[in-house]
Design a binder for this molecule. Structure first.
Ligand code: NAD
Length: 429
């Protein structure tokens, strides 16, 4: 397997599912379907640049701690690198590398001129004060100062980061280069050049894709029973928009547990509750407590994993009762579980399609910033809908023409477009 050339910094446990090996398997499967030249596969199996930096931080109690921060740039044949920054204790170099590769196919699939990148720091933001998080973010940014920039690599929020961290990154970069550079990150606050609609964009994109998939089955969002794992940026936005569209969101969960209501949860009230309870939904009135494992196995029309990787695996896939699984998170369904779901006729809407709304509006934010013309939210949402629906239709068409499942169809489109550009550009020297 080509991926073995990547340094293995963590000691894998026996149950460890390597995200980078999984990402390479998807690439190899798409390459086989497309009968791609093996040389292209070799190039695309390796990230172009891998940066790991030490981030010394002075804790509020005076102790000094050194964290490891990564930024992986996978492939820039279509344009500047683009990808989120994740703060989570499970961050590893191999995970960040897998997510960077995924970004390359995602951008190509939705037709935006970016290459894939990803960054992350292994830390649990819960255990750091706002001041500590700011010092960590600023030091990480300054360590990467030569590797990022509006035409080089443009970070955005991911798990554990938000507009706040993007504002700190933008400020640190700008102070270091001597002038304001809003285009160095996306997902910024609107006050410093962020786009209207960006905060809800990933969840909104998921809602559009689920709506289209239901419509293809002759159904609608109205009354559809939906369960959502994760109630952060993506999960809570998807929950709210689906609720507003008439779906019955019967269960949601966070890292500390979930809640269930047969009649459907009051999502606006739940958002307020979570905001006042350290982002947890546990203890929300008029709902039954459930575990994350129970949420994944609920009978429902649509299951939306919107938290972490590897949540639906060989071990629990037989308990999944949903008819549609929409991957709002990156890589929530393992390779083996994906095959089992497809064999059972479950519609799996793959991550590179179902969660592409975030990068689409990041692109729209970048375009607005470069042109110094800012749009109202209605226009942003319309452009998002148009790009998402177009990508969905192309995936369905590819799936029908080639008689392949949706994930492989999405990958063949993304990988195929990047390979075409790679061939047209040629190899230097
Ligand atoms: P977030 O940090 O805002 O929220 C993550 C949510 O997952 C929280 O509710 C957290 O409690 C929950 N969670 C954490 N561990 C869990 C566990 N073990 N079981 C159940 N829930 C758990 O992150 P986010 O930005 O919403 O990102 C979620 C996923 O979506 C990630 O896979 C991310 O890569 C992907 N994604 C995010 C964006 C974006 O724009 N933020 C874009 C594309 C994809």
């Amino acid at each position: 397997m080509v991926s073995s050339s990547l340094p293995r910094l963590e000691a894998p446990s026996p149950a460890y599912i390597c995200p980078y090996d999984q990402a390479c398997s998807y690439l190899e499967e798409a390459a086989k379907e497309l009968k791609l030249n093996q040389g292209f596969v070799e190039v695309l199996s390796h990230p172009r640049k891998v940066v790991t930096v030490s981030i010394p931080v002075k804790r509020d109690n005076g102790e000094v701690q050194v964290l490891a921060g990564h930024r992986v740039q996978h492939c820039d044949v279509l344009g500047p690198y683009k990808g989120g920054i994740r703060y989570h204790p499970a961050v590893t170099l191999r995970e960040v590398s897998a997510l960077a590769m995924l970004m390359t196919w995602k951008c190509a699939l939705v037709g935006i001129p970016y290459g894939g990148a990803k960054g992350g720091i292994a830390l649990d933001p819960k255990f750091y004060s706002v001041g500590e998080l700011e010092r960590i973010t600023r030091r990480y940014t300054s360590e990467l100062i030569k590797d990022i920039g509006p035409s080089i690599d443009i970070p955005a929020p991911d798990m554990g980061t938000s507009a706040r961290e993007m504002a700190w990154m933008m400020d640190t970069y700008s102070v270091n280069v001597g002038h304001a550079v809003p285009g160095v990150v996306t997902g910024k606050p609107i006050s410093v050049g962020g786009s209207r609609g960006r905060e809800m964009a990933t969840g909104r994109g998921t809602m559009f894709i689920v709506r289209e998939a239901l419509a293809d089955k002759g159904e609608s969002l109205v009354g559809a029973r939906v369960a959502i794992q994760g109630f952060g940026n993506v999960g809570s936005a998807a929950a709210l928009l689906l609720h507003e569209a008439g779906a019955k969101v019967i269960a949601v969960s966070t890292g500390s547990g979930g809640v269930f209501s047969e009649a459907g949860l009051d999502i606006p009230a739940l958002k307020v509750y979570a905001a006042n309870n350290r982002r947890s939904v546990v203890g929300f009135g008029q709902a039954i407590p459930i575990s994350n494992a129970e949420l994944l196995s609920l009978p429902c029309d649509v299951l939306i994993p919107a938290a972490l990787e590897n949540q639906i695996t060989e071990d629990n896939v037989n308990q999944v009762q949903a008819r549609i699984v929409a991957e709002a998170a990156n890589g929530p369904v393992t390779l083996a579980a994906n095959q089992a779901l497809e064999a059972r006729g479950v519609t799996v809407l793959p991550d590179i399609l179902a969660n592409a709304g975030g990068v689409v509006v990041s692109y729209l934010e970048w375009v607005q910033g470069l042109s110094y013309v800012f749009w109202d939210e209605e226009r942003v949402n319309k452009e998002l809908e148009s790009l998402m629906v177009q990508a969905y239709r192309q995936v369905i068409q590819q799936s029908k023409i080639r008689q392949i499942p949706l994930r492989l169809a999405a990958y063949t489109l993304g990988v195929g477009r990047v390979a075409q550009a790679l061939g047209d550009r040629g190899l230097y020297p």
